[in-house]
Design a binder for this molecule. Structure first.
Ligand code: A2P
Length: 268
């Protein structure tokens, strides 16, 4: 591993990894992704999150970030919002290749295959940066060993915000190695709720009126065969959970697998 180009101004706190930024990409005024080196000893389950910080203070601010990489990735990818005056993202959005990012050593989370009982189809419902954990899940061969079909959905306000997810799916489908296990079993549905033809198309609306299933030409949600993961804003989580509960789905956890799982760890 090469040396960081910029030495951190503060000592690295004990018990955290200090990793080097290898790539940064900005999508909109409010969204960017970045990649960091992966510590050799760091193991995680696809879909988990870690605590991320910057070496810019004696006591750095840490925030929960979903790992957007599958567990086989040699680096670690993250997809982040930029919050004006956000204690972490205000600074994190300015990182460049070669900078140091801090990461706590333990990952955790409920958006993992282990927290779901076996099924045939896996639905991954996201809004905004909620797609991050699913960026790992859709690139993990284990997902396709456990499920016949994977249906990823992302809803954002604008088309520009959907770019990260679109690139992700396109790259995964065309990648030589990943296309082998993905085949034609990954479906992707996007909608921009405040722009163009999909204005007003919240995922909850599309499930309720059946448009999601019509558009993808698949049977509607059925707790007998389907499993789901949800990641998005508090309001979206609440409404989607209510919908799934109404259809007979039951929330699962690591110690008690169910037919759907939710992550509540993120808000800046
Ligand atoms: P909308 O434009 O109709 O509010 P936000 O940026 O506010 O987190 O929203 C991200 C996306 O999630 C937007 O497309 C937004 O739709 C959608 N959304 C917001 N609240 C809900 C909800 N309660 N249920 C489903 N989707 C929601």
């Amino acid at each position: 591993q090469s040396e960081p180009t910029q030495e951190p101004a503060f000592p690295i706190p004990a018990g955290v990894f200090a990793e080097r930024v290898t790539a940064v990409r900005h999508y909109t005024d409010t969204l960017f992704s970045f990649r960091i080196t992966r510590p050799q000893s760091f193991r995680f389950r696809t879909g988990e999150f870690v605590m991320i910080g910057l070496p810019n203070a004696e006591k750095p601010v840490f925030r929960a970030y979903s790992i957007a990489s599958p567990s086989w990735d040699e680096e670690l990818e993250f997809f982040s919002i930029k919050v004006p005056n956000g204690p972490l993202t205000e600074h994190l959005q300015k990182i460049a290749v070669g900078d140091t990012v801090l990461m706590r050593k333990k990952s955790t989370g409920t958006l993992v295959l282990d927290a779901l009982i076996p099924g045939k189809r896996l639905f991954l419902f996201s809004t905004g940066t909620g797609i991050a954990p699913f960026a790992g899940v859709v690139r993990d061969p284990e997902t396709y060993e456990k499920f016949d079909q994977v249906i990823l959905t992302q809803t954002c306000r604008s088309q520009a915000e959907l770019r990260y997810g679109r690139d992700l799916v396109e790259n995964a489908r065309s990648d030589e190695l990943m296309s082998e296990f993905i085949g034609d079993r990954l479906l992707f549905h996007t909608s921009a709720t405040r722009e163009g033809e999909t204005r007003g198309h919240r995922i909850t609306t599309l499930i309720e009126n059946g448009q999601l299933f019509e558009a993808l030409q698949i049977p509607p949600l059925d707790p007998a065969t389907d499993r789901a993961m949800i990641c998005g804003s508090m309001a979206m989580l609440k409404d989607t959970e209510k919908l799934l509960d109404g259809l007979g789905f039951e929330e699962g956890a690591n110690n008690k697998p169910g037919t759907y799982v939710v992550e509540r760890a993120f808000v800046d």
